[in-house]
Design a protein around this ligand. Structure first.
Ligand code: UDP
Ligand code: MG
Length: 318
């Protein structure tokens, strides 16, 4: 199997038939052996019935139906888990992505990339509540993760299957896969892709998505940099705050001895107590984090490193 196309579907009854037609037409001109995995994320409209119909007519179409709405990330994760293609391409089910871009994404993978991200260069969405927040989010994500992409939010991307295997998705994290993949050594690139306005159905998101993305960015940044050494983050701030507390404590003493200022009337003394207390909290938090990191990695038998190749080492010896 060369290719698995994964599409999350949530209340897209007007779109599914057209989606199937367009994907089939776009891939018919290639000689790829592919599957189309449609994940119904608990739709309350006729989407599932239509999917069932399509699947009964075409063996290449596989359908997963969730019991309730679990969100786009979960739907995509379910599709990734079921995918057997060498390359996995997720795309939106609302016809905003164009399946005719898929061969170009694959060509980029064949050039030796592990992840090819679509970039909706000419994005057909409103400016204020879509494009502007997205520009800010992409800037932040690029800066914080060190993986510079113009369009993290574009669902249309291509991944080599192996890259997805080590990545578990939570929250709204499907958009961070390129950053997570690059952390395990994947080669990431991007190409411009087409984008169409949404003709049928409504968008499932509002402006509140921005907050969720920022929170997920914090999580990703923390996981990427400190998941194996939380004390290095919290402990550092703990040491800084305790040091600042000691400085303000010394200042209080200095004022007491040389300027005869009563300690219990000096606000710096309160600051001292506060900072030292905070510092101790930070360090204890870091230690708890270390304990959790050990549980996390050891309970799952997860190594803290990623190996590209092993030479002359037997599998059993590991
Ligand atoms: N989607 C989903 N579950 C959800 C929300 C959305 O599977 O809870 C799907 C939706 O059907 C569509 C894709 O995710 O195929 C992108 O959603 P949408 O077009 O609403 O997002 P936008 O393009 O507005 O960012
Ligand atoms: Mg859309």
């Amino acid at each position: 199997m060369d290719l698995s196309v994964v599409v999350p579907i949530y209340n897209e009854e007007e779109n599914v038939a057209l989606l199937y037609e367009r994907v089939t037409a776009a891939l018919a001109v290639t000689d790829l052996c592919y599957e189309l995995i449609l994940v119904d994320d608990g739709s309350s409209d006729r989407s599932y019935l239509l999917l069932k119909d399509i699947a009964s007519q075409d063996q290449r179409v596989k359908v997963i139906r969730f019991r309730r709405n679990f969100g786009q990330t979960a739907a995509m994760a379910a599709g990734f888990d079921a995918a057997s293609g060498r390359v996995v391409v997720p795309m939106d089910g609302d016809l905003q992505n164009d399946p005719t871009d898929i061969p170009r994404l694959l060509a980029k993978i064949d050039e030796g990339n592990d992840v090819v991200s679509g970039w909706r260069k000419d994005r057909q969405d409103t400016f204020i509540n879509r494009k502007l927040p997205s520009m800010i989010a992409n800037g932040l994500i690029s800066r914080f993760t060190g993986v510079h992409l113009h369009d993290y939010g574009c669902t249309l991307k291509a991944y080599r299957k192996e890259v997805l295997e080590g990545i578990n998705l939570y929250g709204e994290m499907h958009r961070f896969v390129p950053a997570l993949a690059s952390q395990v050594g994947a080669k990431v690139t991007e190409i411009p892709v087409k984008h169409h306005p949404r003709l049928y159905g409504t968008s499932k998101y509002g402006i509140s998505r921005t907050v969720r993305v920022v929170l997920d960015l914090m999580t990703v940044k923390f996981l990427l940099q400190y998941s194996t050494k939380p004390i290095q983050l919290f402990g550092k701030w703990g040491v800084y705050t305790i040091f600042a507390g000691m400085m303000s404590g010394l200042a209080t003493l200095y004022m007491k001895i040389f300027e005869h200022m009563s300690m219990n009337r000096n606000p710096l003394w309160i600051l001292t107590v506060f900072l030292v207390f905070m510092g101790v909290q930070f360090i204890v938090l870091g230690l708890l984090g270390e304990l959790n990191a050990r549980t996390y990695y050891e309970a799952q038998g997860k190594p803290i490193y990623v190996v590209r190749e092993r030479l002359n080492i037997e599998r059993e010896a590991l």
